[in-house]
Design a protein around this ligand. Sequence first.
Ligand SMILES: [Zn+2]
Ligand SMILES: [Zn+2]
Length: 388
Amino acid sequence: MKGLVLDAEWKPKPGYKVSEWEKRTGKAITGNSIWHNPKLEVRDWPDPEVGPNDVLLEVQACGVCGSDMHFYETDDENYILYPGLTKFPTILGHEFSGKVVETGKNVQTLKVGDYVTVEEMIWCGRCIACRNGYPNHCERLEEIGFTIPGAFAKYIAVDEKFCWKVDGILERFGEEKGVEVAALTEPTSVSYNAMFERAGGFRPGHYVSVFGAGPIGLAAIGLAEAAGAGMIVAFEVSPQRRELAKKIGADQVFDPREVTPHEVLMELSKGEGFNFHVEAAGVPHVTVPEMEKSLAINGKIVQIGRAAQKVPMYLETFQVRRSQFFGAQGHSGHETFPNVIRMVASGRLDLSPIITARYGLEETVQAIARSTERSDGKIMVRPQMNGK
Ligand SMILES: [Zn+2]
Ligand SMILES: [Zn+2]
């Protein structure tokens, strides 16, 4: 079958100490320190094998993620930018929906013809973290589209336990649009996990700020609106994304280069500060100090964006303002996928306006190239469609 394959050369940066585990598994823990000369190409790849617990999915839609962009873009020495767990070559793509076309002999919860969306994190269920209820911190994690073949392809085989049925979404949006909306479940679940599972959410009426209105920030805005925020303020450099932020539920949107965010937030809250700050810009060294200076008493900051850097924080503020900072990663467990699907199926959360472009499988490299302009909401690849 055809798939978008990323190939790269294993060439650790001088000074990077390759661990025994990395040598043994061929997986890089810090991808940007090892993978050199990335090459993305739609090409032939062996058909997936369907294990006894697997379903074979015909991929319907797969969104382009910021991390896909960080495989395409490189640093000055031509290393990938993506800093996480990776093993190449593999097929990229991890935000997707699919239709079940075959079931392994042990599969009990799905049948041919079902539409599903899928977790990206292949948690083992056996390590200490998993057994303690923390699948997002699995010690033997595989990741679809990062360490094992992803969904920028005609087909993918996955264990049924990672699949969630999306009938409700298809009933609301119809099949054609529904499969694209269903493919937004994974990134939306990343925001849901951070805001409601990790940070424990906010009270209806609370003031929420969202820094960064890429797909994760846009999902955070939609979720904040649906959860009853009293005011939502977003900061985003792209004018197109600022428009999308308003459409999804932001009351006010600013270009952070034109204002001083903490001053804006203090003024809008009449000096009380914001109760809940979401970092989805991936530049916490810039955004967190602004959040800190506009924290309401008992305020919360939740970090979703990834950035391998230190952040200046004045902890006195967290004592005086009785405030908390939460780190978050992942989307699995804790009822997250099913609750996001319910919100979308009920119409309380409608992120469909953030889908701004679609491409066929053959054009996946162009789709990723376009996403590097950072002005779209979510770009979809439709592997079963030819051309646009
Ligand atoms: Zn992603
Ligand atoms: Zn595990």
